[in-house]
Design a binder for this molecule. Structure first.
Ligand SMILES: [Mn+2]
Length: 398
């Protein structure tokens, strides 16, 4: 059985005010082209298929996805969509329930996975099966039967309890799988010790860490959640595929790919190929007084489609900041953030030893420790970011 592993699509996401629909469509196209070219049997999306705050373009994206999937389905390909922390839990539950009522499982092409379970799929290349242990992102509803245990717990204790419940669910699955046929684990979870490139929307303190020793040594382990592609603890068949495209500044230097493996025919590790995916250019650009803005377009030939953070410094009394900004906006239509700071003598010195990213991440880490997920936390994150920005600009201006 030939498997293609990807994750963290975040369909419907935007970066700042910039819509990512065109980038996401290109990722889907590239992934499905790999599936067709290589006659993939099962496409696995290991969580965060959709984004919690989806743009209006999501339904258009889904229509395109379905249209492009049609030839794959005709060929017999199956698609497993696992629920991650950004997928709406109730929505996945509902989709899965509707599927259960809609007909026999064996006839299905698309599988929404909103709760932990084991799924056996026929291997078209042999007369055998491959079994998938499917473990969505750990939540109380999915992993803890008696939720009274959770009431009154501090956030940290609650995460510990969830991590233990998740580990015992995996342990249970180890007992349930048939040792005579290959097993694959698909999960959306943070494995401790993983390298993260993202500061934004993800936080170690705020996550549910699973120990590498809790992950079984099966034919393959397809992980999602960490956007940076990597293997776990030098086990090449236990891996994060990474997101299909750059999601924020932390990923601006990442190259992206998906993983293809053959299960049940010789060595899985030997069959493994990382298939490259196209990435959106992403830059953080400092504009200093005296820089020739007219040159920017030729300096960045992909300026029309690049996602850009602009950090503009200007001299009060000497530069026309509104004209500078208007010109920059025109050159970089997909800028997702624009900072402008007046240059003073004090700020020149301070600028050398300030690290703005670090201040933001410190504040976010602190808030993540103090606040439960949900309950408007994202809004508080956004307000904190604004405050940090304001404080920083004030400090630079004084
Ligand atoms: Mn995630």
């Amino acid at each position: 059985m030939r498997l293609l592993h990807t994750a963290d699509w975040h369909l419907g996401d935007r970066l700042g005010t910039v819509d990512r629909a065109q980038d996401q469509m290109r990722s889907i196209e590239a992934i499905l082209a790999h599936c067709e070219e290589n006659r993939v049997d099962v496409l696995v999306v290991a969580g965060d298929v959709f984004n919690d705050y989806a743009t209006d373009n999501l339904s258009g994206l889904m229509r395109e996805f379905a249209r492009r999937l049609a030839p794959c389905f005709r060929r017999g390909m199956r698609v497993l969509l696992l629920s991650g922390n950004h997928d709406k839990e109730q929505m996945f539950q509902l989709l899965e329930m509707v599927q259960t009522y809609s007909g026999p499982e064996a006839a299905r092409r698309l599988y929404f996975v909103g709760r932990p379970r084991i799924l056996r799929l026929e291997d078209p290349s042999t007369d055998s099966f491959v079994q998938f242990a499917l473990a969505p992102y750990p939540t109380v509803r999915r992993y803890i039967e008696n939720d009274s245990q959770v009431k009154g717990l501090m956030a940290a204790e609650r995460r510990q309890l969830l991590a233990r419940a998740f580990a015992s669910k995996i342990e249970e699955a180890r007992g349930e799988v048939d040792a005579a046929i290959p097993s694959v684990l698909v999960s959306h979870v943070y494995v401790r010790g993983t390298e993260t490139s993202t500061l934004y929307r993800m936080n170690e303190e705020d996550d549910i860490p699973v120990e590498p020793s809790d992950i079984p040594t099966w034919s393959y382990v397809a992980l999602g959640h960490i956007h940076k592609a990597q293997e776990i603890g030098a086990r090449s068949t236990v891996r994060y595929s990474g997101s299909p495209d750059r999601m924020d500044l932390g990923e601006r230097n990442d190259q992206k790919s998906c993983v293809m493996v053959d299960i049940g025919r010789g060595s899985v590790a030997d069959s493994m190929v990382l298939l490259p995916l196209p990435v959106t250019p992403m830059y953080s650009i400092r504009v200093n007084p005296g820089d020739d803005i007219d040159q920017m377009a030729s300096l960045y030939p992909d300026h029309e489609r690049a996602l850009v953070h602009l950090d503009v410094t200007w001299r009060p009394g000497a530069d026309n900041i509104s004209a500078m900004v208007a010109e920059l906006r025109r050159i970089f239509p997909r800028h997702f953030r624009l900072d402008q700071r007046p240059l003073t003598e004090a700020s020149v010195a301070r600028r050398l030893d300030s690290d703005p990213l670090d201040m933001t991440s410190t504040v976010r880490a602190y808030l993540a420790r103090k606040l439960e997920p949900g309950s408007g936390r994202d809004r508080i994150f956004a307000l904190a970011d604004e405050l940090v920005e304001e404080v920083r600009n004030a400090a630079l201006a004084d």
